[in-house]
Design a protein around this ligand. Structure first.
Ligand code: PRP
Ligand code: URA
Length: 259
């Protein structure tokens, strides 16, 4: 049995060592990753505790609807309805940890204790254009949410995001932001959107998407480790054009019928 102060050194796979103080590990803290051959005195890497990010929603209704979305035969009208419904189901999960505060309510019979969601209003921030498809479904659950907009598109040649519009409500530091985009591919758009929100003062940000690629998840986590990612599907890889495989194709084109 190692002493509480002694570090554990454990090989994981072929090339990574995990070094941890057992005491810190018990708190889910203090994990340090080193690649084989690196000088461990110099090469400390991310010490963020391992947590389940992204959260992949396994609800049967979500999985059923994602499969329909993937189907190339699904027409624009149904595609739009499915995006809307999945976003609504995701919002139920994404809001599970919103803080509550006590309040009182007058029933027809007497005064009663109740609760309400605390703090400034939540802000939904779709990344234009495809993110727009997720807004209405979430607003049906949270009608008082504000809606900001971030205009970004991916240059087809460079795959780099090009920024063209930004508008969010004031008081960003006290608000919760849900950034919405059906697709997290290279992650370029998501990273740029979250950076833009942080520049505007936002501190509490979540990213909600329908289909994510491992590369996009890694890029977003690396740039913004404080931003939880929630997705309905985590796919295999990107193709040479930066499309997600198996994916669902171009989400914007399928939502708006522009193909
Ligand atoms: C799509 C999608 C994301 C982005 C994802 O938008 O809606 O915003 O690509 O790719 P990335 O992770 O590699 O940045 P697109 O640029 O096609 O614009 P659109 O929504 O206007 O169609
Ligand atoms: N954007 C999309 O709309 N689809 C992809 O597969 C990748 C980026």
């Amino acid at each position: 049995m190692p002493s509480a102060a002694a570090p554990l050194v454990e090989q994981v796979g072929d090339c990574i060592l995990v070094v941890a103080s057992p005491a810190a590990q018990a708190n889910n803290d203090g994990l340090v990753f080193f690649h084989r051959g690196e000088d461990t005195r110099l090469s400390r890497m991310n010490t963020t505790p391992a947590r389940s990010n992204p959260t992949v929603l396994r609800h049967p209704l979500i999985q059923h609807k994602v499969t329909m979305l993937r189907d190339r035969a699904t027409p624009t009208k149904i595609f739009k309805e499915l995006v809307d419904e999945i976003a609504m189901l995701m919002a139920y999960e994404a809001t599970a940890a919103l803080p509550l505060e006590p309040c009182e309510v007058e029933t027809p019979l007497e005064r009663a204790a109740g609760v309400r969601v605390a703090g400034k209003k939540l802000v939904l921030v779709p990344i234009l254009r495809a993110g727009l498809g997720m807004v209405e479904g979430i607003l049906r659950l949270i009608p008082s949410a504000r809606v900001g907009h971030i205009g970004l598109y991916r240059d087809h040649a460079t795959l780099q995001p090009v920024d063209y519009y930004f508008k969010i409500p004031g008081g960003a530091a006290e608000r919760e932001f849900f950034v919405l985009d059906p697709m997290l591919a290279t992650g370029g758009s998501a990273v740029a959107a979250v950076s833009r929100l942080k520049d505007a003062g936002a501190r509490k940000i979540r990213f909600l998407c329908l289909v994510a690629a491992p590369a996009g998840v890694a890029a977003l986590q690396a740039a913004h480790p404080d931003v939880p990612i929630m997705t309905a599907a985590l796919d295999r890889e990107l193709d040479a054009q930066g499309y997600i495989l198996p994916g669902l194709g171009d989400a914007g084109d399928r939502l708006f019928g522009t193909r």
